[in-house]
Design a protein around this ligand. Structure first.
Ligand SMILES: NC(=O)C1=CN([C@@H]2O[C@H](COP(=O)(O)OP(=O)(O)OC[C@H]3O[C@@H](n4cnc5c(N)ncnc54)[C@H](O)[C@@H]3O)[C@@H](O)[C@H]2O)C=CC1
Ligand SMILES: O=C([O-])CC(=O)C(=O)O
Length: 341
């Protein structure tokens, strides 16, 4: 008798792209939902990419993953989101030469408007959605707006890559293991205005005691070099690889969904971009903002960690990233209204 659970349906968009080339294997190996959780993959891409996606599915077959029950390949959001438990929205219009951020927002507003509506119409009411395609926070807000029959809490955007980058930078600087770095997190937008915050960070020592990151590192490093390194890490990867982060993005997507599925470890705090309801740290209502959060394993509820001290430097960083998200929201909503997209 098999002791596997009943299968779940997982939609992945942009399935022919480079992030998904790593991500799909992570899912099928059980790294996201557990080694006893079979999956049916719903793979969405645009029509011209279906040939390449067929190549990916040939390889999925060849991997002979015991947890992969079946897959659906489609260029239609309605089919991709039919009855899904989870939707990972990776596919997006990439920035092309000569495009300004506003062009990118506009192109993606149309895509995520359609996908939000299709999710609301076809996915399970309990669906959990993670938006990865950039600009991730605002794309998630558009999907949430048109998918409004789903709870706002169903929509998240990825800042776990920034979270992992921050932890790794701190561990490297202090010469400690990443697993021993805690309470460092990302606030705001997945963009150059994000605030990688180590002001509450701790390092667990060999005897179990805690040291504060700010007592071990100079504050000039923590507020300047570290912040800039994490904010511009995506650009550094693009410059070196001539392609954007893919292995690390797939790992972060896996971390985000696994944490949402199974809950946070005791004493752990992670970073996720979620709908701001206006009740945390003075952040405006109606944007998708990255907060320090914990996740209740029993319910899957994502809870903002309240009550952290925000000093003047941190407040100025929060204000800046919030202002950018409000601008992005206004631009994206204006495009939707103007062009009746
Ligand atoms: N939030 C984050 O931390 C990160 C976000 N990203 C973003 O993730 C996205 C994907 O990155 P890659 O896989 O490297 O890009 P890629 O260009 O290799 O693949 C994107 C795939 O999406 C597909 N696509 C485009 N429009 C689509 C639509 N309307 N529906 C379904 N599929 C569609 C494309 O055909 C392509 O196969 C980009 O927007 C990138 O900027 C990348 C790294 C980190
Ligand atoms: O800019 C990009 O497309 C890649 C990205 O988001 C990152 O690496 O953080």
């Amino acid at each position: 008798m098999s002791n596997l659970k009943p299968f779940i349906r997982v939609a992945v968009t942009g399935a022919a792209g480079q992030i998904c080339y790593s991500l799909l294997a992570n899912i099928c190996k059980g790294e996201m939902f557990g080694a006893d959780q079979p999956v049916v993959l719903h793979l969405l891409d645009i029509t011209p990419a279906l040939g390449a996606l067929r190549g990916v599915t040939l390889e999925l077959e060849d991997c002979s993953f015991p947890l992969l029950v079946d897959f659906v390949v489609t260029d239609k959001p309605a089919e991709a989101f039919a009855d899904v438990d989870v939707a990972i929205l990776v596919g997006a219009m990439p920035r092309r030469e000569g495009m300004v951020r506003a062009d990118l927002l506009k192109a993606n507003a149309g895509i995520f408007k359609a996908q939000g509506a299709a999710l609301a119409a076809h996915a399970k009411p309990s669906v959990r959605v993670l938006v990865v395609g950039n600009p991730a926070n605002t794309n998630a807000l558009i999907a949430l707006t048109t998918g409004s029959s789903l709870p706002k809490s169903a929509f998240t955007a990825l800042t776990f890559l920034d979270h992992n980058r921050l932890k790794a930078q701190v561990a490297c600087k202090l010469g400690v293991a990443v697993a021993d770095v805690r309470n460092t997190f990302i606030w705001g937008n997945h963009s150059k205005t994000q605030y990688p915050d180590v002001s509450h960070g701790t390092v667990t020592n060999a005897d179990g005691s805690l040291s504060r990151v700010m007592d071990l590192a100079e504050s000039a490093w923590a507020r300047d070099e570290l912040v800039t390194t994490v904010q511009t890490r995506g650009a550094a990867v693009i410059k070196a690889r001539k392609l954007s982060s893919a292995m690390s993005a797939a790992k972060a997507i896996t971390d985000h969904m696994r944490t949402w599925w199974f809950g946070t470890e005791p004493d752990d705090i992670v970073s996720m971009a979620i709908y701001s309801d206006g009740t945390h740290y003075g952040v405006a209502e109606g944007i998708i903002f990255s907060f320090p959060v914990t996740i209740d394993a029993a319910t899957g509820d994502i809870n903002v960690v309240d009550g952290l001290d925000i000093d003047a430097f941190s407040q100025s960083m929060l204000d800046k990233t919030q202002a950018e998200l409000i601008d992005e929201r206004e631009a994206a909503l204006a495009f939707l209204a103007e062009s009746n997209l």
